[in-house]
Design a binder for this molecule. Structure first.
Ligand SMILES: NC(=O)c1ccc[n+]([C@@H]2O[C@H](COP(=O)([O-])OP(=O)(O)OC[C@H]3O[C@@H](n4cnc5c(N)ncnc54)[C@H](O)[C@@H]3O)[C@@H](O)[C@H]2O)c1
Length: 440
């Protein structure tokens, strides 16, 4: 769906009004296209922590020049992993302050830290990085973003897939997030081709006939996976279109059916000998204030958005259908973090998805697999097109990037989790929301 305000704000008259009245000025975001460079300008790296070698290697491998005195930068990376005392937080100021007017359009800022733990001053200093990152995010303009990536000691090489994601256009709508690397979920495998890291993998995507699910299916197929696209029989025609387009398979199934887990186990085992990536994207809303909500609306939302997903996970794990180095990926929502008026059922189910990640992460790590979730904010889909105009505009503009995201932004984040190179990314819930003000 088109963002008419954004188009108007880029027109001649629109530009003048935006400037004079101080209206939101959403910059069109640079998004990944196959063959396009990860970044469209030079990078600068500061700090002397454990990750500088990995950062230099990633920049080199992605064809990004490091320049000491550029007019504008496409990436600014500060390695703060060795900051062991709050007094040394001044190093952040010393690096970023002189560069704040040299940040290019859609630039990527990244702060690297060590996960805070224990009772020392190092933990206090590392925890402080979060406030810096989230505040800088609110100051950035022109589509630029910032992330904090905590990397546990010993996991420096395992950070490559994450650095490639945050230092590229693939993370266009991910802003001011804290990512944790270091709970091992199997071997971190370097793909032969970073453009097709899922070659030879089988991915199941639920709710794949339209919207975000269709985009997830397309992006995972683009990255090399054979995708089994699942949706309810009523969506059969659209589902076939998506599956044909990506040369995947269409599976008509209601995931809330009592025998759905068993059917999935049978299908995935018989046709593919198992599954590598499971994306629980299917989701519904049945909005009403709690006082007016019928019990059926509560039950339906909890069944699709949470209980059926747990039943599928349990069956795949019990029957050993999730392959070694497997990935389970949930789709939560910022409504599950911030709550939303009229969405007690939906908010409960989406917070439950976060609970699912927390509860399963240690279990999956033991099996050499991972579980993570995305929490989308306002994404331009049929679901959000149906929202009344005023609320829709508020949803779009009340974020640092001042616009809605696209389904592909959610899909790219899921593809990063799905990569065999992301084995040390486990138990994360990353918002894809342009740093929405809701529940920040
Ligand atoms: N659009 C947004 O802004 C937004 C924001 C946050 C989270 N989300 C979440 O992202 C996911 C996708 O959202 P969307 O906007 O693309 O929604 P959508 O309604 O366009 O797509 C959801 C899909 O799930 C399928 N589905 C529903 N019940 C099913 C069942 N029982 N079995 C199998 N498939 C079923 C539907 O048929 C549909 O194709 C959902 O989980 C949603 O809650 C969306």
């Amino acid at each position: 769906m088109t963002d008419r305000y954004q188009q108007f704000a880029r027109s001649g008259l629109g530009r003048q009004l935006v400037r004079r009245l101080g209206l939101p000025d959403p910059t069109p975001l640079r998004r990944h296209a196959p063959g396009q460079p990860a970044l469209d300008g030079p990078a600068i790296v500061g700090g002397k922590g454990r990750l500088t070698d990995t950062v230099h290697a990633v920049l080199k491998a992605t064809g990004t020049d490091e320049v000491a005195d550029a007019e504008k930068y496409a990436a600014l990376v500060f390695d703060a992993t060795d900051i062991d005392d709050p007094a040394r937080l001044r190093e952040l100021y010393d690096f970023f302050h002189p560069l704040m007017r040299k940040i290019g359009t859609c630039a990527r800022l990244v702060v690297l830290g060590t996960p805070p733990s224990g009772t020392g001053r190092d933990a206090i200093a590392q925890r402080a990085l979060e406030g810096f990152t989230r505040s800088v995010g609110k100051e950035l303009r022109k589509g630029a973003t910032v992330q904090l990536v905590y990397v546990a000691p010993g996991f420096e090489a395992a950070a490559e897939s994450t650095l490639r994601f945050v230092l590229s256009a693939r993370s266009a709508f991910v802003d001011a997030q804290v990512i944790r690397i270091g709970t091992h979920g199997g071997d971190t495998l370097t793909p032969d081709d970073w453009e097709r890291p899922l070659a030879g993998k089988v991915a199941l995507v639920t709710g794949a006939s339209r919207g975000i699910g269709a985009s997830i299916a397309e992006v995972l197929a683009r990255d090399g996976a054979h995708v089994v696209a699942l949706d309810i029989p009523a969506q059969g025609a659209e589902l076939s279109d998506v599956a044909n387009e990506i040369r995947g398979a269409a599976l008509q199934l209601d995931i809330t059916a009592a025998d759905a887990p068993a059917q999935l186990v049978k299908y995935l085992r018989e046709r593919h000998g198992g599954v590598d990536v499971v994306v629980h994207n299917a989701g519904i809303t049945r909005d009403k204030r709690l006082a007016n909500m019928k019990e059926g609306a509560w039950d339906a939302v909890l069944a699709v958005n949470l209980s059926s997903q747990l039943a599928v996970n349990d069956a795949l794990l019990a029957e050993d259908v999730l392959k070694p180095n497997g990935r389970i990926i949930g789709v939560s929502s910022i409504a599950g973090i911030a709550g939303n008026n009229g969405q007690t059922n939906y908010g409960t189910s989406k917070a439950g998805v976060i609970g699912m990640v927390d509860a399963y992460a240690p279990v999956l790590a033991e099996r050499g697999a991972t579980i993570n979730a995305v929490a989308p904010g306002f994404i331009e889909t049929k679901m959000t097109a149906a929202v009344p105009l005023f609320i829709r505009e508020a949803g779009r503009r009340m974020s640092s990037l001042q616009q809605g995201g696209l389904p592909v932004d959610v899909a790219e984040t899921i593809a990063w989790y799905a990569s065999p190179a992301s084995a040390a990314v486990n138990g994360n819930v990353v918002r894809v929301c342009g740093q929405s003000l809701l529940g920040a």
